[in-house]
Design a binder for this molecule. Structure first.
Ligand code: WT7
Length: 707
């Protein structure tokens, strides 16, 4: 007999086309509040409620002057926001500044001898490297001189950086920022092909690489992927004429890949000619692009989110100061990778603009064992810690009691990237934080530059599992599919949007402004000709619920993006990779719940006539996905199915496959063109006996429903 819940599901599915987000009732246990520790409040940057009032809605947009004034400007801005051409906002109009100057030069007066970056190599026997602000200044200048004079990079040019977590990565980024060269950092774990596609899209003629790095106890030969990247870019019509290669161990090349004469150069060799050189920071317009960050969306092609100079730096500096409570005295460690937006905003730009000490760790958290992060924290006396639910789950699983063994003390901890289960939150709070640290659960996206929802660490109580209220100056709303507001306390889910622009929001999609408009603003815009910013809410593509207390709980993506371990993976990208194999006729990728990584991709393929299912095809699919995208996209399972469940118009019903992979109710399938296939696939995936059905999380229930 069907439970009431299943009945509801079936009814919903019958009306599939009419189902709105808001009709999905969300039942979850309300969690109790935790108060911020008194000791934390006593020293917090944001402890004065009158500061919060400065960001009231009627003070918009000038409220954000409070963030911009944390920076040093060469020329002050005339106007906070120019919204005359929605949704292409202009922030701090007329202002001029240099990001590198703000993160490096201006800290010399007071902090030149203070550690800016501390590099922790993965091999535990290898010494840590401390880079002071003075040393950072010198190194960044030399690299800037080299990029300008040797690589012939000019203000406005794009450069693609495919590097692991070594200090040369932020040094290179800051050198670009000094020149006004737009960097596009590609996560080190992406394949050479993925890097090449991004390099081509951004129009980079210079690639910056490292020879290799340590990861999980192994040496990764990274330079080899540079050759693939150059070839891939060339196929896309982009010539790369310089590949600059950093050595992980200066003076010692550690890659099997040969250097190509006239194209590949070792940075440590070339830099000899630039020793001691300094470069004037280029005074940049507040609206000049600072960097591109490619991210996955609903189509196969990743999009280059273009971030601006002034607004972005103001926003990350303000949020890092007030939400992460960074003071210059703090030792701050964010375990994310600089190759993602989290690393850009909250390892490099925010913390350095605040003169903090930012720790850079090369490797994986649980290497060589689950005590490693806590040994690093103890050794460096880290007091602000920042990581993802996936890392927390992993560390808890591998060593629930490890933190107790080490004498470190955090005042503040961040979680970011995916919803955190209240249980996992409590372990973070009790065991990792030793009940001494305040936690902020920060919801945001690559596109948004910085935090959108979070508790104010000294002022708001924490609630496990909820990101919390919107941050200063952000005014969200939840709408259903029909544009009706889903009210607080209604226990209904809907699409979270931000009603107003803010300085951290991306400027556009590189080379595709039309896609920028359709992707983020079209859905709830009623009048495309309107020149009033109030008509242009930002559509985040996340589902959310809002209880009466105003604490947003983010349910996950409502599009066909899968959040794997806090990283975005476009299902279409993975599907296109599968379809490059001559054996594969059709491919569908769906999310499956994973107890550590949150979600993982599961691949369904059907084969061309005459090709018999065998293990070799499955292995080929895995290798192909890893080659085209990278190991991060490796599927948990590959199911070879006789046919895909399809609508009468031939559309693959990914929702049905997602339900099967997660042992959820497949709902109404009577309208399919081939309903019998569903049971066949179910048996193939789950085996013969029908186990108990799972309720399943909201994002999987909704998966594939968006047009
Ligand atoms: C997606 C954005 C934010 C930087 C790292 C990821 C999910 C992010 C949270 C959170 C629940 C979260 C959303 C969002 N997400 N933070 N605190 N609680 N979900 O950036 O790769 O652009 O991914 O991550 O689904 O849309 P990203």
């Amino acid at each position: 007999m069907a439970t009431p819940r299943q009945k509801l599901n079936t009814k919903e599915h019958k009306n599939k086309h009419k189902v709105s987000e808001a009709q999905i009732a969300v039942h979850w246990k309300e969690e109790g509040y935790y108060r911020p520790p008194k000791k934390f409040i006593a020293q917090a940057n944001l402890a004065d409620p009158t500061f919060v009032k400065k960001f009231s809605e009627k003070r918009f947009p000038e409220c954000f002057d409070n963030y911009a004034s944390l920076l040093d400007w060469d020329k002050p801005w005339r106007k906070t926001l120019d919204a005359s051409n929605p949704p292409f906002w202009k922030w701090f109009v007329g202002g001029k500044l240099n990001v590198c100057y703000n993160c490096v030069d201006r800290n010399l007066a007071k902090y030149k001898n203070k550690a800016a970056l501390i590099f922790v190599p993965e091999p535990e026997g290898e010494a840590m490297t401390v880079i002071t602000y003075q040393e950072l200044y010198k190194r960044v200048n030399e690299v800037a001189a080299m990029l300008r004079d040797f690589a012939a990079l000019k203000t406005g040019d794009r450069v693609t950086i495919h590097m692991p977590m070594i200090p040369e990565l932020p040094i290179t980024m800051l050198a670009c920022a000094r020149l006004g060269v737009v960097h596009s950092v590609v996560f080190g774990g992406f394949s050479g092909e993925a890097c090449g596609l991004r390099a081509a899209d951004s129009g980079s003629r210079v690639l910056i690489y490292a020879d290799g790095y340590h990861r999980n106890g192994k040496w990764v030969d990274h330079k080899a992927s540079a050759d693939i990247a150059v070839q891939t870019a060339k196929k896309e019509g982009q010539e790369v004429d310089r590949v600059l290669v950093w050595k992980r161990y200066p003076g010692k090349y550690t890659s099997e890949s040969p250097m190509i004469m006239g194209r590949d150069y070792f940075v440590d060799d070339v830099l000899k000619d630039y020793r001691g050189q300094t470069v004037q920071p280029v005074s940049q317009d507040a609206e000049a692009p600072l960097f591109l960050m490619y991210t996955s969306g609903t189509t196969g092609k990743p999009k280059g989110c273009q971030h601006r100079t002034g607004g972005y730096l103001a926003y990350v500096t303000g949020t890092a100061k007030y939400y992460q409570d960074i003071h210059p005295e703090d030792v701050y460690w964010c375990m994310a990778d600089i190759g993602w937006i989290t690393g850009h905003s909250y390892i490099v730009y925010g913390p350095l603009a605040l003169a903090a000490t930012s720790v850079l760790y090369e490797g994986v958290p649980q290497f060589p064992d689950a005590g490693r992060p806590w040994r690093i924290a103890e050794r460096l006396d880290v007091n602000i810690f920042h990581t993802s639910p996936t890392a927390i789950r992993m560390l808890r699983k591998a060593g629930a009691d490890e933190p107790k063994k080490y004498n470190y003390h955090f005042k503040h901890m961040t979680t970011v990237g995916e919803p955190i289960e209240p249980d996992v939150w409590r372990w973070y709070y009790d065991v990792v934080g030793k009940r001494e640290a305040v936690i902020v659960d920060t919801w945001w996206q690559t596109e948004t530059g910085g935090f959108l929802c979070s508790t104010k660490p000294a002022l708001d109580p924490m609630k496990p599992g909820s990101a919390g209220p919107p941050v200063l100056g952000i005014y969200p709303v939840i709408w259903d599919e029909n544009g009706e507001e889903v009210p607080a306390g209604s226990n209904k889910a809907g699409n979270i949007c931000i009603r107003n622009p803010w300085p951290g929001i991306m400027q556009t999609i590189w080379g595709d402004p039309q896609r920028f408009v359709t992707q983020y603003y079209k859905k709830y815009n009623k009048n495309p000709r309107s020149k009033d910013w109030r008509d242009w809410p930002y559509y985040a593509a996340d589902g959310a619920v809002l209880p009466a207390d105003g604490y947003y709980r983010i349910l996950g993506r409502v599009d066909d993006v899968i959040n794997v371990a806090g990283h975005r993976l476009g299902t279409k990208e993975v599907e296109s990779a599968c379809l490059t194999l001559p054996e594969v006729a059709e491919a569908a990728v769906v999310p499956a719940v994973d107890e550590v990584k949150g979600r993982v991709p599961v691949v369904y393929i059907s084969l061309k006539p005459g090709v018999l299912p065998n293990k070799a095809v499955q292995d080929k699919v895995t290798v192909t996905i890893e080659t085209i995208i990278g190991k991060i996209a490796r599927p948990k399972n590959i199911h070879v199915v006789p046919d895909m469940p399809k609508t009468r118009s031939g559309k693959i019903m990914r929702r049905v496959l997602a339900a099967i992979s997660n042992r959820m109710d497949t709902g109404d399938i009577t309208t399919l063109a081939n309903p019998d296939i569903v049971e066949q696939i179910r048996v193939l995936v789950q085996g013969r006996d029908i186990g108990p059905l799972q309720e399943g999380p909201e994002d999987i229930k909704r998966f594939g429903q968006e047009p």
